[in-house]
Ligand binder design. Structure first.
Ligand SMILES: *[C@@H]1O[C@H](CO)[C@@H](O)[C@H](O)[C@H]1NC(C)=O
Ligand SMILES: *[C@@H]1O[C@H](CO)[C@@H](O)[C@H](O)[C@H]1NC(C)=O
Ligand SMILES: *[C@@H]1O[C@H](CO)[C@@H](O)[C@H](O)[C@H]1NC(C)=O
Ligand SMILES: *[C@@H]1O[C@H](CO)[C@@H](O)[C@H](O)[C@H]1NC(C)=O
Ligand SMILES: *[C@@H]1O[C@H](CO)[C@@H](O)[C@H](O)[C@H]1NC(C)=O
Ligand SMILES: *[C@@H]1O[C@H](CO)[C@@H](O)[C@H](O)[C@H]1NC(C)=O
Ligand SMILES: *[C@@H]1O[C@H](CO)[C@@H](O)[C@H](O)[C@H]1NC(C)=O
Ligand SMILES: *[C@@H]1O[C@H](CO)[C@@H](O)[C@H](O)[C@H]1NC(C)=O
Ligand SMILES: *[C@@H]1O[C@H](CO)[C@@H](O)[C@H](O)[C@H]1NC(C)=O
Length: 555
C-alpha cells in the first residue's frame, strides 16, 4: 500500500518525504496508497514548535464532527497522531481532516487520500511514484521511503524485496549493494542504464495478519557535469620565471568529478623526492561545490639551483588507465625592460660624460688627428683669398731684454710651423720688404693672414722697445674688430700680471687664453708633437695636404 506525497513532494529528495516536513505549504495535501496495503498518515500541521507544547490531535472524516475511532482493531483508526488504514480500500479515497488543539488555539488541515490500483500486469501504478535522482559517475542511492511506521513489534528493520521494472534479479550487478539499515540500494558507479522504475516491498504484520507495503520509485540519472574528464588546472606545459636561489612552490592541480586521483611530480624520469632529497612532495585533495574535486600535489624548491633550469618538471596522474601529463619549466627571468632602460640610460649618460672628459683631455690630439686623417672635411677653405696662415708679431730683442724672442720668432717658430707643419707665416721683420711703409704692410699682411700670433714676454721694458707700439695695437684691432681673425697669444714666460699690458692684449688673453712656451731657446730641432706645439697647431687653421705648395707664390 502506498501513501502520501503532494505533487511537489514527488520531486526529489527523500528527506522531504518524512512526515514532519513543511507540509503546511500544501493547501490540500495528497497521499496515495495501493489498495490492500496499510498506510499511516500524519497530520501535516504538526510542525516542530507545536510538538513541544501540550496538544490534542484529532482526525475526522471530511464533513463529520465525530472523531475517527482510536480503537486499534478498527480498519481505520487514529493512533499516536497518525490516521491508520489497515488495509486501505478503494472506498477510503477522499478528504480527511486533522485538528490540532492546544490550550489557546486550534488548527485544521484537510488531506486527500487516493487509493489506487496497479496498472495492468504491473507491480506499480505509473502515476503513483516517488521521484528520485542520482548523478551519473557518482555513487547514488535508491531509497524505499516512509517505512518508519511499519517496523514490526521487535522494532527490527523488515526484509525488503527489490524489483526493477517489476523484475527481481537486477541486484546481481556488482555495482549495486543492499544497504539494509537504510532501506536502500547503493549504486557505486551510476550509469544511465540505472534509471527506471524500482519497486520495494516488505511484509508488515499487524494483529497477526500480514500485509504488503510497497513503494515505487522513478529513478532518474542526471548526466553530471562531473562526467568530464579530469583536467589539469595547473601546470599547462608552461614556463615560469624564477630567480636563482629563490623559493618556489611547485603546485600541480587537477580538477575532476572523482576523488582519489593521485597526481605526482617527476623530474628526469624520477620521482621528485628521489631526484633531489630536499624536495618533499605533499599531496592534497579538496572538494568544491557541485561535486568537483581538486586533487593536487606540490613540493618546494627551497632554493632554485642552476640544475633546476635544465629540466622539465612533469606532473602525471592516471585516470581510466590512461596517463595524463603536464609539465612546467623554470626559466631565468628576463631583465625587466624598465630597469634595463634606466640602467641603459645611466650608462649612456655615464658614457657621454666619459667621452666629454676624454675629449676635454685629448681634444687637441683628437682634432689634430682628425685633421690629418679626415682632412678635406674639416679644412678651412683654402680659397678664402688669404696668403698666410699666420701673421707673427713679436718684440724685437734689445740688450736690456732678457728674452730671446728673436730666436723664438725667427728660428723656432718657422722651423716647426713652416718646415714641419707646412704652414706659411708672415713674420714681421723677416718677410717685410725694405722701403714699404710699416703701417700699410702690417695692415695688408694681417688681412692676408688667417691667424695673428702675438708673442709676449713678461718684461714691460721689452714692449717699450717694441719698434712700433701702434703696430701691435693696430694689428690687434684689425684682427678683433674687422675680420674676426683669431689671435694666438704665446707667452715665452709666465706672465703674472697683465695690468701693464695694452687693453687689447688683456681682452685677447681673457677671450682666447694664452699658450705658454716651456722649451729652451736653443736652435736644435723642436718636435711639432710636444704639448706646446700641439696647442699651437690646434689653434692654427687646418692645412690641406699639399696646399702649402699652392701658396708659394708670395706677393
Ligand atoms: C467535505 O466536507 C465539506 C463540509 O462538510 C463538504 O461540503 C464537502 O462536500 C466534503 N467533501 C467531500 C469530498 O466529501
Ligand atoms: C486533550 O484531551 C484530553 C481528554 O479529552 C483533555 O483532558 C485535555 O485537556 C486535552 N488537552 C488539550 C490541550 O486540549
Ligand atoms: C493564549 O491566548 C491569550 C490571548 O488569547 C494569550 O494572552 C496567551 O499568551 C496565550 N497563551 C499561550 C500559552 O499561548
Ligand atoms: C517506468 O514506467 C513507466 C510507466 O509508468 C514507463 O513508461 C517507463 O518506460 C518505465 N521506465 C523504464 C526505464 O522502463
Ligand atoms: C564507472 O563507470 C564508467 C562508465 O561506465 C566506467 O568507465 C568506469 O570504469 C566505472 N568505474 C568503476 C570504478 O566501476
Ligand atoms: C505480497 O506481494 C507478493 C508479490 O506481489 C504476493 O506474492 C503476496 O501474495 C502478497 N501478500 C499479501 C499478503 O498480499
Ligand atoms: C590548487 O588547488 C588548491 C586547492 O583548491 C588552491 O588553493 C591552489 O591555489 C591551486 N593552485 C593552482 C596553481 O591553481
Ligand atoms: C613549502 O612552502 C610553503 C609556502 O611557503 C610553506 O608553507 C611550507 O612550509 C613549505 N614546505 C616545506 C616542506 O618546505
Ligand atoms: C603537455 O606536454 C605533455 C608531454 O610533453 C603532452 O602529453 C601534453 O599533451 C601537453 N599538454 C598540452 C595541453 O599541450
Amino acid at each position: 500500500m502506498h501513501k502520501m506525497t503532494s505533487t511537489f513532494l514527488l520531486i526529489g529528495h527523500l528527506i522531504l518525504l518524512t512526515p514532519l516536513f513543511s507540509a503546511e505549504e500544501c493547501v490540500i495535501c495528497n497521499y496515495f496508497v495501493l489498495v490492500g496495503e496499510p498506510t499511516a498518515i500524519s497530520c501535516p500541521i504538526i510542525t516542530l514548535p507545536m510538538l513541544h507544547s501540550d496538544y490534542n490531535l484529532t482526525w475526522y472524516k471530511n464533513g463529520s464532527n465525530t472523531p475517527i475511532t482510536t480503537e486499534r482493531r478498527a480498519r481505520i483508526h487514529q493512533r499516536k497522531g497518525l490516521l491508520w488504514f489497515i488495509p486501505a480500500t478503494l472506498e477510503d479515497s477522499g478528504l480527511y481532516e486533522c485538528e490540532v488543539r492546544s490550550l489557546n488555539r486550534s488548527k485544521q488541515k484537510i488531506i486527500n487520500l487516493k487509493v489506487f490500483k496497479n496498472d495492468n500486469d504491473m507491480c506499480f501504478n505509473g502515476e503513483m511514484k516517488y521521484d528520485q535522482i542520482v548523478k551519473s559517475a557518482n555513487s547514488g542511492k535508491i531509497i524505499c521511503p516512509d517505512l518508519e511506521n511499519f517496523k514490526d513489534e521487535d522494532n527490527i528493520n523488515p526484509e525488503i524485496h527489490w524489483y526493477k521494472e517489476c523484475k527481481s534479479g537486477f541486484l546481481e550487478d556488482k555495482r549495486l549493494v543492499l544497504a539494509e539499515g537504510e532501506n536502500a540500494i547503493l549504486i557505486l558507479n551510476v550509469t544511465v542504464q540505472d534509471k527506471g522504475n524500482y519497486t520495494c516491498r516488505m511484509v508488515y504484520t499487524y494483529m497477526g495478519k500480514q500485509y504488503n507495503v510497497s513503494r515505487t520509485m522513478n529513478l532518474e540519472v542526471k548526466e553530471s557535469p562531473l562526467k568530464m574528464r579530469p583536467e589539469f588546472i595547473y601546470p599547462n606545459n608552461n614556463t615560469i620565471e624564477v630567480e636563482l636561489g629563490s623559493h618556489v612552490v611547485m603546485e600541480c592541480n587537477v580538477s575532476s568529478g572523482v576523488y582519489g586521483l593521485l597526481p605526482y611530480w617527476q623530474v628526469n624520469d624520477e620521482d621528485v623526492d628521489s631526484f633531489d632529497s630536499t624536495y618533499r612532495e605533499q599531496f592534497y585533495e579538496e572538494g568544491l561545490p557541485h561535486g568537483i574535486a581538486v586533487s593536487g600535489t606540490k613540493f618546494n624548491i627551497s632554493e632554485v639551483k642552476l640544475k633546476d633550469y635544465a629540466y622539465k618538471f612533469f606532473c602525471h596522474f592516471i585516470y581510466d588507465s590512461q596517463e595524463f601529463t603536464s609539465y612546467i619549466k623554470l626559466e631565468h627571468p628576463v631583465q625587466n625592460i624598465q630597469g634595463y632602460l634606466i640602467g641603459g640610460g645611466f650608462s649612456l649618460i655615464f658614457l657621454l660624460f666619459l667621452i666629454l672628459i676624454i675629449y676635454k683631455i685629448f681634444k687637441i690630439d683628437i682634432v689634430l688627428w682628425y685633421r690629418s686623417s679626415c682632412h678635406p672635411l674639416l679644412g678651412e677653405k683654402v680659397s678664402d683669398g688669404k696668403i698666410y696662415d699666420a701673421y707673427v708679431l713679436y718684440p724685437k730683442n734689445r740688450e736690456s731684454c732678457l728674452y730671446s724672442s728673436d730666436i723664438f720668432a725667427l728660428k723656432i717658430l718657422p722651423e716647426v710651423l713652416e718646415r714641419q707643419c707646412g704652414y706659411k707665416l708672415f713674420i714681421f721683420g723677416r718677410n717685410d720688404l725694405a722701403g714699404e711703409a710699416v703701417i700699410s704692410i702690417t695692415d695688408e699682411k694681417i688681412h692676408q693672414s688667417r691667424r695673428v700670433i702675438i708673442i709676449l714676454v713678461p718684461e714691460p721694458s721689452c714692449y717699450g722697445i717694441l719698434e712700433d707700439a701702434s703696430e701691435k695695437h693696430l694689428a690687434v684691432y684689425n684682427a678683433l674688430i674687422q675680420d674676426g681673425i683669431k689671435i694666438i697669444l704665446i707667452e715665452l714666460e709666465k706672465i703674472e700680471d697683465y695690468a701693464n699690458m695694452p687693453e687689447s692684449i688683456k681682452y685677447v688673453k681673457q677671450k682666447y687664453g694664452a699658450i705658454r712656451w716651456k722649451g729652451d731657446f736653443s736652435e736644435r730641432s723642436h718636435s711639432a708633437s710636444t704639448r706646446f706645439w700641439k696647442k699651437v697647431r690646434y689653434h692654427m687653421p687646418s692645412r690641406k695636404q699639399g696646399s702649402s705648395s699652392g701658396f708659394h707664390l708670395s706677393p
